[in-house]
Design a protein around this ligand. Structure first.
Ligand code: PLP
Length: 418
């Protein structure tokens, strides 16, 4: 039979099946096994010595790939997942898996921003990221952090020029919970103009990636995920990922993960590996359902507006242009704002829901609904909540895979109760 070269440039959803796993190394098992072990044997003591020289970057390191040592350092289940997600994220070179989105974010910042360094971050960001950047980093590590509305490029330029140079520019787009869009390429260009040569642009790509948005192609240096969300996709695990486009920051991240000990369990990596097989189809189907839901609730007389990239039109100006240029789909997270902008009104809607579950988190197959101001973003100051438009009447909705008509009926009836 004619031999055929192994195909490169696989579509990401094909890569989910084929990248990073060699069945010949695992008894020809078609499915990836889970390596539930905390430690790996060395054939000879010299192999152990060499593995540690490599893992700890010690003299004598001959540049070979590290052998497997101990599950806080590396584990085959984790490496297989990391290789697969790397193959699915456009222009990524490597990935590091963490036990939560917050551990990916915090470890990456601790590893790459020096003590007393400066971070410019976007306004708003997920509540946990906000607390880490606004309170934790300055109080514990002397970091000078400053937030700016990154949808406003003039404000970004002023901040970079007058308050820099920054060590990191931290973006989240679409932002949680306002769904506001930042032009990643434009912020990268401004950072290169006013920043230091090594200023890092990090993008939390949780809402759209790796299917609908590709920050490395726009010049970002780091891509971050709460893999608890779409990547895991079933609201049954916690995880986070940091992706890199080169090996420049790899060593620092490895060292910090090993020593802080925020390496996930092999079972988590195995569940994520399984989730990758359906990531594409889930995100596309959920986005389709979300479009139908967004159109339906936008018509409701008690709804002031729906914040969802899929509803942007040319009349929205810049956000529409950014969306069209930067995203190939809207995702399935949206927020809507009630005309009765009171907490009681919002809670009446939330309490009436029967199909959507009243719970925080997003990106799973089951629809979840929550109230950002009193839940995920309740750590923010009133001033910051008001400035970002996270109002009492705002409700966040993550659309899952229930039959859309059932969900729409449930939502419209519940919104009637506002
Ligand atoms: N980034 C975004 C955009 C999020 O929405 C969240 C959680 O909701 C996180 C990061 C934190 O992720 P985790 O809860 O997995 O730590």
């Amino acid at each position: 039979m004619a031999t055929r070269e192994t195909r490169k440039n696989l579509h990401p959803t094909t890569a989910a099946f084929h990248a990073g796993y060699d069945p010949l190394l695992s008894e020809q098992s078609v499915k990836v096994p889970v390596f539930r072990t905390s430690t790996h044997g060395f054939t000879h003591a010299r192999d152990g010595e060499k593995s540690f020289q490599r893992a700890y970057h010690l003299p004598g390191d001959d540049g070979r790939a590290p052998g497997l040592i101990y599950a806080r350092v590396n584990n085959p289940s984790i490496e297989i997942f990391e290789d697969k997600i790397t193959a699915m994220e456009r222009s990524a070179m490597s990935a590091m898996l963490f036990p939560s989105g917050m551990s990916a974010i915090s470890t990456t910042i601790l590893a790459l921003v020096p003590h007393g360094g400066r971070i410019l971050y976007c306004d708003p960001v997920y509540g946990g990221s906000y607390f880490f950047l606004k309170t934790f980093c300055p109080a514990r590590f002397g970091t000078q952090t400053m937030c700016v509305n990154t949808c406003d490029l003039t404000a970004v330029e002023t901040a970079l020029r007058e308050h820099g140079p920054f060590d990191m520019v931290y973006l989240e787009t679409p932002a949680n919970p306002t769904l506001s869009l930042t032009d990643i390429g434009a912020v990268v260009a401004l950072t290169r103009k006013y920043g230091k040569p090594d200023t890092i642009v990090a993008v939390d790509n949780t809402f759209l990636g790796p299917v609908f948005q590709h920050p490395f192609e726009l010049g970002a240096d780091i891509v971050l995920y709460s893999a608890t969300k779409f990547i895991g996709g079933h609201s049954d695990l916690m995880a986070g990922v940091t992706l890199l486009p080169s090996d420049r920051h790899r060593q620092a991240l490895e060292d910090y993960r090993t020593i802080l000990g925020d390496t996930p369990a092999p079972d988590t990596a195995w569940m994520l590996t399984r989730s990758l097989e359906t990531l594409w189809i889930r995100m596309e189907a959920q986005a389709k359902h979300a479009m139908a839901v967004a159109h339906a609730i936008a018509e409701h007389p008690k709804v002031e507006r729906v914040l969802f990239p899929g509803l942007l039109t040319p009349t929205n100006g810049v956000p529409y242009e950014v969306y069209k240029r930067q995203c190939s789909g809207p995702g399935s997270v949206m927020s809507f704002v009630l005309k009765d902008a009171t907490r009681d009104g919002a809670f009446r809607v939330l309490d009436a829901m029967q199909i959507a579950r009243l719970a925080v988190s997003l990106g799973g197959t089951q629809t979840l609904i929550s109230h950002p101001r009193s839940m995920t973003h309740s750590d923010m100051t009133i001033e910051d909540l008001d400035r970002c438009g996270i109002t009492e009447g705002m409700i966040r909705l993550s659309v899952g895979l229930e039959y859309p008509d059932d969900l729409i009926e449930d939502l419209l009836w519940s919104i009637d109760q506002a």
